[in-house]
Design a protein around this ligand. Sequence first.
Ligand code: UD1
Length: 373
Amino acid sequence: MTSNKRFALIAGARPNFMKIAPIIKAMERYREIEVCLIHTGQHYDKNLSDVFFQELGIRKPDIALGVGSGSHAKQTAEVMVAIESLLVEAQEQGKPFTAVIVVGDVNSTMAAALAATKLHVPVVHVEAGLRSRDRSMPEEINRLVTDSISDLLLCSEPAGVENLLAEGHLQENVHLVGNVMIDTLMSEVARAKEQNTLMEFGLEPRKYGVVTLHRPGNVDQKETLEAILQVLSKVSVHLPIVFPVHPRTRSRIEQFGLQDILGSSTGCRLVEPLGYLDCLCLTSQAKVVVTDSGGLQEESTALGVPCLTLRPNTERPITCSQGTGTLIGNSAELLDLKLQEVLNDRYKIGSCPLLWDGQAALRIVAVLAQRYL
Ligand code: UD1
């Protein structure tokens, strides 16, 4: 007699939620699979967490760890301790997990992977193999650690596969499955465009820019943040800008006393972090996206919207080689130049990468079924 296979699916922070939504749905198609959804609580604000569950129809987590904010070590350690204890409990109750599935590159991803592998529970990493080669980014450390201890590595773009093979992973453990976040985008974009978001912000389609900014490398030093805000202020004279401000960025702007830079510019509107549908409504109809977010780089490419990436490197190279992305670093001149290209309709046209087709979750679960059922 075969019993059901139990998988723990881990989500912790905002960019994880749009990745787990289609995976849960695809897993629920298999009668032999049981999913235990675990929310670590790394993000806990309503607009960084709850709104995504509501809008994407993600069911209530089976277990909420409530870990919250803290230093990297504290946050990582607390997730590890909590995951370890629930994996041990499951073993003691005779209901062990077949594997733990982690997505993306946040602290919760790495912490859950570490706790599981030490208990000999296999780890599946969705969005494996991405490398920025920039070890000053906490996410790069999370990616390196998670991939090095994962048993099954599922990649969103060919560079991920190449990186993993070059690092010595066995081909049989590495699969190109496509981009699961784009599954969510494709299933929600029509509904998103029906939102009133543009009207609420007084914007017209293709006549505004969307800005997001939250990487420590861009917002934690006063000089860097100040220079970026100055450019945005200049740009917003020609092109209205909506800037949903991440809590980290808002607190840095206040701490460094930089409120007046954008406050004095009428074209730039600072708003609270947006839910999924409002955000997609805005980005899908924007003239340009200016961001340091990994997710928005990919979403812009899938939507065919120019994306000026405020980073010196990207772990998602296909967004620049094939998609609509351009790396700007923190160069005010380059940002200005590329914005002019966009405004004059001279900016490059990208195309949507292979397997960013809305079916990635089905391929992910097919790989799981092949390996574990
Ligand atoms: C995390 C991820 C990053 C991801 C981002 C999306 C890591 C290392 N980083 O960064 O990869 O792109 O999420 O947002 O995992 N805070 C709140 N409310 C919350 C959560 C956080 O106000 O619900 C504030 C706290 O002051 C906290 C700070 O934001 O200290 C940073 O939160 P944290 O989860 O540590 O990292 P993010 O910068 O959000």
